[in-house]
Design a protein around this ligand. Structure first.
Ligand code: NDP
Length: 329
């Protein structure tokens, strides 16, 4: 038996509740690889799945946790042997099958990536799904070409924003970090941001077709009014990597003009269905391009029993950086 955070649903009231329970290996989903989990994390989707599910959870009881890192305990697949360190993100693990908020997880071998050289399982989860997404966003911007101006990061004090800020700064870009939490300015400067921009400055919806060119690239975690506005300020030929919708699912006030008159690219980034080679390449870039000393500043440690509260906090946009869950603590 081992510990897991189990979400149960009361069929009559439809209400969900989450608590730490003992479960057995037989209850885990089918898969070729059994992993002894070291760490998992708290992402926006986890907040949804710890609560009523937001349409992501297929059946109850459910164990959330959309990412984890740990050690292979048993494997029926030749690619993995006991003792190998592995990391998992995506594949809807923690959504429609049991995930990483448990001391053991069983998954298909195709879902795993070997832990890259130089990263510990704790560091891998300090990065986690949010950090992998940040890296994929930076790689997408690089593929299109980052122009001369500062690179804007929105939702900067959140998980994706924090890692994107640190990576871009390490790569030598000027980073303008947008936050609705002015008290996080020192934190963001510490990650390498050269300029802090108040959220309000970029959320006013205007009717102007274009504004002065400001940004050489953008990693956008919030969409909504901010993305509509930012598109009008992108430099000629620059790109926005859109990764999230913390500020709304629409692009408020957006016009076609930035795309036609300035050749702006809007790149959608999805970390869930990334092909194996891309995931391996992104993890290798993380190991080489993410300043590990900065990573520690982003980490808030947690245990399985802290998760119900943290799930509520991340949905309110109140979590700073990355929450790393030690499932064995
Ligand atoms: P966090 O909650 O850690 O960060 C989101 C940040 O957005 C907050 O910290 C806050 O930053 C800002 N924010 C919150 N609400 C608003 C608002 N109403 N208007 C403007 N800004 C707001 O989440 P993550 O960084 O983990 O994820 C961010 C988004 O990316 C989510 O929508 C998530 O679902 C999505 N995501 C997508 C992935 C993909 O594969 N495409 C993978 C991972 C996440 P601040 O306080 O600094 O303003």
């Amino acid at each position: 038996m081992f510990n897991a955070l189990v979400v149960r649903k009361d069929e009559e009231s439809g209400k969900t509740s989450a608590q730490v329970e003992e479960v057995s290996v037989d209850q885990l989903p089918e898969g070729e690889v059994l992993v002894a989990v070291d760490y998992s994390t708290v992402n926006y989707k986890d907040g949804l799945c710890i609560g009523p599910g937001g349409g992501l959870v297929r059946s109850y009881p459910h164990v959330p946790g959309i990412d984890f890192a740990g050690t292979v305990e048993a494997s029926e697949d030749a690619r993995y042997k006991p003792g190998d360190k592995v990391v998992l993100t995506g594949w809807r693990v923690g959504e429609n099958r049991w995930g990483g908020y448990a001391q053991k997880a069983r998954v298909k071998a195709d879902m795993l990536v070997p832990l890259p050289e130089g990263l510990t399982t704790r560091q891998a989860m300090a990065v986690g799904t949010a950090g992998l997404t940040a890296m994929l966003a930076v790689m997408a911007l690089e593929d299109q070409g980052i122009t001369d101006g500062p690179v804007l990061v929105t939702g900067a004090a959140g998980g994706v924003g924090s890692v994107a800020t640190a990576i871009l700064a390490k790569l030598g870009h000027q980073v303008a970090a947008v936050t609705g939490r002015p008290e996080q300015a020192d934190y963001l400067t510490g990650l390498g941001a050269s300029e802090i921009i108040a959220r309000d400055e970029l959320t006013e919806v205007t009717r102007k077709p274009l504004e002065a060119e400001r940004w050489g690239g953008c990693v956008d975690a919030v969409a909504g009014a901010m993305l509509g506005r930012v598109l009008k300020q992108m430099q000629y030929g620059s790109s926005v990597a859109a990764i999230g919708l913390a500020g709304g699912a629409a692009i408020d006030g957006a016009l076609i003009t930035p795309f036609i008159l300035r050749g702006v690219n809007l790149l959608g980034i999805d970390s869930v269905m990334q092909p194996y080679d891309n995931r391996v390449r992104a993890w290798q870039r993380i190991a080489s391009d993410l300043p590990m000393d900065k990573l520690e500043a982003m980490v808030q440690p947690a245990t399985l029993s802290d998760l119900p509260g943290l799930g509520r906090d991340i949905l309110k946009g109140q979590v700073k950086g990355r929450v790393v869950v030690d499932v064995n603590a």
